[in-house]
Design a protein around this ligand. Structure first.
Ligand SMILES: Nc1ncnc2c1ncn2[C@@H]1O[C@H](COP(=O)(O)OP(=O)(O)OP(=O)(O)O)[C@@H](O)[C@H]1O
Length: 306
């Protein structure tokens, strides 16, 4: 099984650190979401892993080897970077077939990945006539061409229509289920929450978190109960008596922080307060992410092995 290992990785541009002493491992069999504010260093890290740039110090390896030393790299690593573009005057199919030849990949793979990425009908059109979403799909097709064990994607949902976004989600889950190593950067938190098992979060080039997604959320977002009643006074009284802080919202429901549904349900029913709705509100990745990156001054890396 192939991991991506980043060790004490540092990259300076003109004395400014884009990536700063970064250490983390991306493991096989799960989707790792790669998060961080604009300029945090995600793309730079991916470029360093792919040997497109040289680190100032530290190392980035795939299965223990630097990318540059891999023979026929597309057979090991598939990547989609934001700025990547195919030659516009070629057809999508020719673009993939040329990539296949240079990596000793069977030509039939071009047609297979065109089919898989939903491009079969436009395969013989020139790439310059493709929409943004079609180009992203072609980039995905190129990434999958060599049936690689490692897949690295920079903002793959960018420019995709809702159907494409659902497709990417299913694809990432399938690739991880097949035991591949998947690293995906994104600014879309709901999207990331829908496919990631694990998160690596950067802030100004440094590691802010390396943790399973559920733990990342639970550690930062307080459990909360949502409740609706016809007896606001009764509810406020019973919750106040037991030390709960309840906030009434304009839409007519209440939220109770640091609370569990079982406890609140029992208290309300014991006090004869009618309940119209009672639900546990799970914290979202967006809340947890903003909580972490909003206090960037702390810069405390929290590394946990899953
Ligand atoms: N070739 C370069 N020359 C100089 N500075 C660079 C270069 N590439 C990146 N940087 C700088 O390095 C920092 C990290 O940028 P990077 O693109 O890796 O961040 P990112 O997390 O991918 O951001 P975004 O989410 O906006 O894509 C930024 O301050 C950026 O300006």
């Amino acid at each position: 099984m192939t991991s991506i290992d980043v060790h004490a990785l540092t990259k300076e541009y003109g004395g400014r650190r884009a990536v700063d002493q970064l250490t983390f491992t991306v493991r096989p069999g799960r989707v790792t979401g790669f998060l961080g504010p604009n300029g945090a260093g995600k793309s730079t890290t991916m470029r360093l892993v792919l040997g497109l740039d040289r680190p100032t110090s530290g190392s980035a390896t795939i299965g223990g080897r630097p990318y540059a030393t891999l023979r026929e790299p597309l057979r090991h690593v598939g990547a989609l970077l934001d700025a990547e573009a195919a030659h516009g005057s070629r057809t999508g199919r020719d673009h993939l077939r040329a990539l296949a030849v240079s990596n000793r990949i069977p030509q039939r793979r071009a047609d297979e990945v065109l089919e898989e990425t939903g491009l079969a009908l436009v395969a013989r059109r020139r790439v310059k006539t493709y929409s943004l979403g079609m180009r992203r799909r072609l980039g995905m097709a190129a990434a999958l061409l060599g049936d690689p064990e490692v897949v690295m994607l920079d903002e793959p949902s960018n420019g995709l229509d809702p159907e494409g976004i659902v497709w990417i989600r299913g694809l990432l889950r399938r690739l991880a289920g097949e035991g591949r190593t998947i690293l995906v950067s994104s600014h879309l938190m709901n999207e990331t929450a829908s496919f990631a098992d694990h998160l690596v979060v950067l802030g100004r080039g440094r590691l802010l978190a390396d943790t399973p997604m559920r733990e990342f959320i639970d550690a930062r977002v307080r459990p909360r109960v949502r409740i609706r009643t016809t007896d606001a006074t009764g509810l406020r009284t019973v919750l106040g008596r037991h030390g709960y802080d309840a906030v009434e919202h304009e839409e007519g429901h209440w939220s109770v922080d640091h609370a569990r549904v079982d406890d609140i349900g029992r208290l309300a029913s014991g006090a004869g307060v009618p309940i119209l709705e009672l639900a546990a509100e799970e914290g979202t990745l967006e809340q947890a992410y903003l909580e972490l990156t909003g206090s960037e001054a702390e810069y405390t890396a929290q590394r946990q092995e899953a």
